[in-house]
Design a protein around this ligand. Structure first.
Ligand SMILES: *Cc1c(COP(=O)(O)O)cnc(C)c1O
Length: 369
């Protein structure tokens, strides 16, 4: 496994990582559908020891975060591996606004008596600093889903923690190109590679990146015990998709800012939430902390659920679909999703793809007319 040089740009690393280097070796890491290996060279069984295809994805994402990565079957499998490190009666601090799968997992464990859960608003940095000293797991998602609140990661990561406590950051929305939590002092960064890393809405995969080798070994052990292993094809596709991540993200977030500005001036729109807009409550932290404001934005359609649903049905180029981070733009009304009824009724989340920005704007403007 190659490690990224400190000064190697991410765009270069994305292209170079995980490739074979021996003369005669295939340029691309082969898709290896193997459960077991000939004994004698370290790797025996895939579930416990990994495969060359998973290793390529781990090398790539680990190099982006400057940490030690473990690939998983999905983002939630990576999340669950971090929670699996908690002992009985642990205290978990979670954002009020957070991916529903993560709050669902935390809530299920709380009901089973495995841990307690305290939820805090991400923008309340002082509350997070205080919680860091008392929690066994500080779970931060920034920017958060779907309200795109940005936490002051540097300040929270610098706060004293309990011995053995874990500070984990769900870095799915930012990607390691916009933010590197481990460099700011987090213990583990988690990704749904299903989203921007894969980038084509054709796979489920996750990656957890530990700050050190001991952390990696714990995550790999959790993966082996839970059987939360990525598929060979999925790992291969995630690497292939990640090759263009820098290009896709640059394009998508430039378009996202343009659409956010135009939507904010549109009479049918009550409010736009995008960390790149000066009107966003955590814009200042976002501007200081993020290299880019991301490819996802939310807008609230005046009149609530019905006009928002109508707009979602009327788009043609943009697809009415859930999830995010693909080359194709997608949107959905979030409070229509079961478990998300607490969100503003007219709130639509738009994941901006790589289409022509003016075509996307025409599509939105027509749908809102
Ligand atoms: C999608 C997502 C997850 C879960 O990932 P899956 O690959 O769907 O399991 C976790 N966190 C965030 C922020 C996500 O968007």
């Amino acid at each position: 496994m190659r490690r990224r040089e400190e000064d190697e740009a991410v765009a270069s690393w994305l292209v170079a990582a995980g490739r074979g280097g021996e003369p005669g070796a295939p340029l691309n890491t082969p898709l290896v559908p193997a459960s077991n290996f000939v004994l004698g060279a370290g790797r025996a069984y895939a579930r416990s020891d990994g495969t060359p295809t998973w290793a390529a994805l781990e090398e790539l994402v680990g190099g982006l975060e400057q940490g030690h990565a473990v690939a998983f079957a999905s983002g939630m499998a990576a999340v669950a591996a971090v929670f699996a490190e908690l002992g009985a009666g642990a205290m978990v601090t979670l954002p009020e606004d957070c991916y529903q799968g993560v709050s669902g997992l935390a809530e299920a464990g709380r009901r089973q008596g495995r841990w307690s859960v305290d939820r805090l608003p991400l923008e309340d940095t002082a509350a997070w600093i205080a919680a860091a000293g008392e929690s066994d797991l500080v779970w931060i998602e920034t920017p958060s889903n779907p309200l795109l609140v940005v936490a002051d990661l540097a300040a929270i990561c610098a706060a004293p923690r309990r011995p053995g406590a874990i500070l984990a950051v769900d870095n799915t929305f930012a990607t390691p190109l916009n933010q590197q939590p481990l460099r700011l002092g987090a213990d583990v960064a988690v990704h749904s590679a299903t989203k921007l890393i894969g980038g084509h809405s054709d796979l489920l995969a996750g990656v957890a990146v530990a700050k050190d080798e001991a952390g990696r070994a714990r995550l790999a052990a959790a993966r082996a015990l839970a059987g939360a292993t990525p598929g060979a094809l999925e790992a291969y596709l995630a690497v292939r998709g990640a090759r263009t991540l820098a290009l896709r993200l640059e394009r998508s977030q430039r378009t996202a800012l343009l659409l956010a500005e135009r939507l904010a001036a549109h009479p049918a729109i009550e409010r736009v939430r995008y960390p790149g807009l000066a009107s966003h409550p955590t814009h200042a932290v976002a501007a200081a902390q993020l290299a880019g404001f991301g490819s996802v934005l939310c807008f609230e359609v005046a009149g609530g659920a019905d006009p928002a649903d109508a707009a979602c049905r009327r788009v043609r180029l943009i697809r009415h679909a859930t999830s995010l981070g693909g080359v194709e733009s997608t949107l959905e009304r979030r409070s229509a999703v079961p478990g998300q009824e607490h969100l503003p009724a007219g709130l639509v989340r738009l994941s901006v793809g790589i289409e022509d920005p003016e075509d996307l704007w025409r599509d939105l403007a027509r749908a809102l007319a």
